[in-house]
Write a protein that binds this ligand. Structure first.
Ligand code: FES
Length: 167
């Protein structure tokens, strides 16, 4: 009996090793069969009422999670408007920072600067930041729509879907 156990032990060990190898192979095959899924956030999302965005302010609440600033300003053509700026530098795509003390967006990569309006004024960025869609939804909340972009240099900031007029 003891001799049989000693003889069986290497056999059992070999079987166990084979079982582990086949299990791993099965797991890898199963993973290969699964689709690679990227969970995309919806392009439209509500950010609250316009009153949440006082005039002269840049809200960074949605910068990290959704890549936009909400701005309420009269800096562009003197219009009292709220707009959503994409937080993507128009030079090579880095993420600028809003510098409250200097009242400008500043890109850390190559130094481009943008006024609160989004207009570029220093550094290599060749054009203003882009706006994304913004409207007042049926429930009175501001709704951002990142599926649409508006470029100032193409005259698209005149499009009423790129801002919400206040007062
Ligand atoms: S990517 Fe912003 S200045 Fe170059």
């Amino acid at each position: 009996m003891v001799a049989a156990a000693i003889i069986m032990t290497p056999f059992a060990a070999g079987m166990a090793l084979l079982a582990i190898i086949f299990s791993l192979w099965g797991l890898l095959t199963a993973r290969f069969m699964m689709p690679n899924m990227v969970v995309e956030l919806p392009s439209k999302f509500k950010v609250g009422p316009a009153s949440d965005f006082p005039i002269g302010t840049v809200s960074e609440k949605y910068k990290a999670s959704r890549g936009v600033w909400l701005v309420h300003s009269t800096a562009y053509n003197g219009e009292n408007i709220v707009y959503a700026l994409a937080s993507v530098c128009t030079h090579l795509g880095c993420t600028p920072n809003w510098l409250e003390g200097e009242q400008k967006f500043k890109c850390p990569c190559h130094g481009s600067g943008f006024y609160i309006s989004g207009i570029n004024f220093e550094g290599p960025a060749p054009r203003p930041l882009e706006r994304v869609g913004l409207r007042v939804a049926e429930d009175g909340m501001l709704e951002v729509d990142k599926s649409v972009k508006f470029q100032e240099e193409l005259g698209q900031w005149a499009d009423g879907k790129s801002f919400v007029a206040l007062g």
